[in-house]
Write a protein that binds this ligand. Structure first.
Ligand code: ARG
Length: 463
């Protein structure tokens, strides 16, 4: 139904209220109510500053503070009546404040605009999410460290092109993800530092003639400093985009790991068993245990990356400073944040609960001529052959084993010598997968000793 009275917050020059369709496209309260706590925190800081600078009376500030606390408890208690006619969280809170405390409520918006208000609220909200992401990433990394420590010397095939390449250790593979999520963590921390400037007090766009103390509100809200340019402060959404970029890259890492878990948990691989707690069954095929959590994590990157792209598109053509287009920022960020946190938690649960099948890993590690490089390296090291020649001889031996349906260690010494007379029985010592991984002691290599050192290093970093 169309409201015929004009908006009580800004309707002074309006004779009629908005069309119902206008209200529907304009209102953001349906989603920005998620920023209620941030909006109230921002208003409390602003009111305290207005009183401290003598812009409003202390008694008015006290009434505002008490009224805001009442509203906070109404919202937390679920009794607050949100109104679409009041558009957004900022005007819903202010209108309720005037119902509760009367005239002093009208002084709260002195030296402030919804433009700096929404930028402040949203930054505070995103900042909380960066903290939540940090917690989620650390928990996931701890779970991976647990897996890496338990299986520091378990052998498995390492792949390139999803073809067997060289044997690696389970611990090393887990630690590869620790590195990835560790970079996500550092991106989150970097973004948090950069975003920590307060827009509050930039007012509509030009600053204000009131003697506001922006340092004071910045400090009260836990910002490092006030943003230095009022135009930039109200039109900047980099913090939201950086959040979405961090989320996108992290979701991509989660997705790659999820893809490996889907492959590894299949009957053809049997590298891991996922727990019942993180699997589902089929309604028709009784034998099935599906890795749905992994599949959904793999899919989440789509919507998170979509949110990042959507907000880039919203922002790219906007002249300074605020335009209503920017109201479209929140749903994208809310959705991406919810799904990133959920994906992190689901992955952590899966990693904690999963059981690596050590025997399957080991038997797969030895197949596919995975120690061919070790053989070539032996020819270089012991016989002094150039690597290219060693590569060629080894290739011929792999061809020989393949045509006989056996693995490299199953060839006889005589067969080996048919490709190069200098080969001795010593060569067999390097064809085993255990030997192969133990030999990869170069910094960053897969040797169990390296894996244990990296586990210790990360435990130290994560504390
Ligand atoms: N609901 C608006 C948003 O989310 C708040 C800012 C409105 N500012 C304005 N000048 N209309 O962007």
């Amino acid at each position: 139904m169309t409201d015929t009275t004009s908006n009580k917050m800004w309707g002074g020059r309006f004779a009629a209220g908005p069309d119902a369709i206008m209200e529907a496209i304009n209102a953001s309260i349906g989603f920005d109510k998620r920023m209620a706590a941030q909006d109230i925190a921002g208003s409390r800081a602003h009111a305290a500053m207005l009183a401290a600078t003598g812009i409003i009376d202390g008694s008015d500030a006290k009434a505002i503070e008490e009224g805001l606390l009442t509203i906070l408890s109404e919202i937390e208690g679920g009794t607050f009546q949100f109104s679409t006619a009041l558009e957004d969280i900022h005007m819903n809170v202010e209108a309720r404040l005037s119902e509760i405390i009367g005239a002093p409520a009208g002084r709260l918006h002195t030296g402030r605009s919804r433009n700096d208000q929404v930028a402040t609220d949203f930054k505070l909200w995103v900042r909380d999410q960066l903290d939540a992401a940090e917690t989620g990433l650390v928990a996931l990394m701890q779970a991976l460290l647990g897996q890496a420590e338990a299986g520091a010397d378990w052998v498995m095939p390492g792949f390139t092109h999803l073809q067997t390449a060289q044997p690696v250790t389970w611990g090393h593979h887990m630690m590869a993800y620790v590195e990835m999520f560790g970079r996500d963590l550092s991106r989150v921390r970097d973004a948090r530092v950069r975003m920590n400037e307060s827009p509050l007090g930039a007012a509509a766009l030009a600053g204000t003639s009131f003697p506001v103390d922006r340092e004071m509100t910045a400090q009260a809200l836990g910002f490092d400093r006030p943003a230095a340019n009022s135009l930039d402060a109200v039109s900047d959404r980099d913090f939201a985009l950086e959040f979405l970029s961090c989320a996108s890259i992290s979701a991509m890492h989660l997705s790659r790991f999820a893809e490996e878990l889907v492959i590894w948990s299949s009957a053809q691989f049997r590298f891991v068993a996922l727990s019942d707690r993180f699997s589902t069954g089929s309604s028709i095929m009784p034998q099935k245990k599906n890795p749905d959590a992994a599949e959904l994590i793999r899919a989440k990157v789509g919507r998170i990356f979509g949110a990042n792209t959507a907000l880039m598109m919203v922002m790219k053509g906007l002249p300074l400073t605020y335009s209503k287009d920017m109201q479209e920022d929140k749903e994208q960020v809310f959705d991406a944040a919810d799904n990133w946190m959920l994906a992190l938690a689901a992955m952590e649960g899966m990693v904690r609960d999963m059981t690596a099948n050590r025997d399957s890993l080991a038997s797969a590690a030895g197949s596919g001529f995975s120690t061919a490089t070790d053989l070539a390296d032996w020819l270089v090291r012991v016989l002094g052959l150039p690597f290219r020649e060693a590569h060629h001889i080894t290739g011929a031996l792999v061809g020989m084993a393949e045509s006989q349906g056996c693995d490299l260690p199953d060839l006889t010494l005589a067969q080996m010598q048919s490709e190069h007379a200098g080969i001795t029985a010593d060569v067999f010592t390097v064809l085993g997968v255990e030997n192969s991984v133990n030999s990869r002691v170069s910094y960053g290599g897969t040797a169990p000793a390296n894996v244990r050192a990296q586990v210790a290093r990360w435990k130290d970093i994560l504390g």
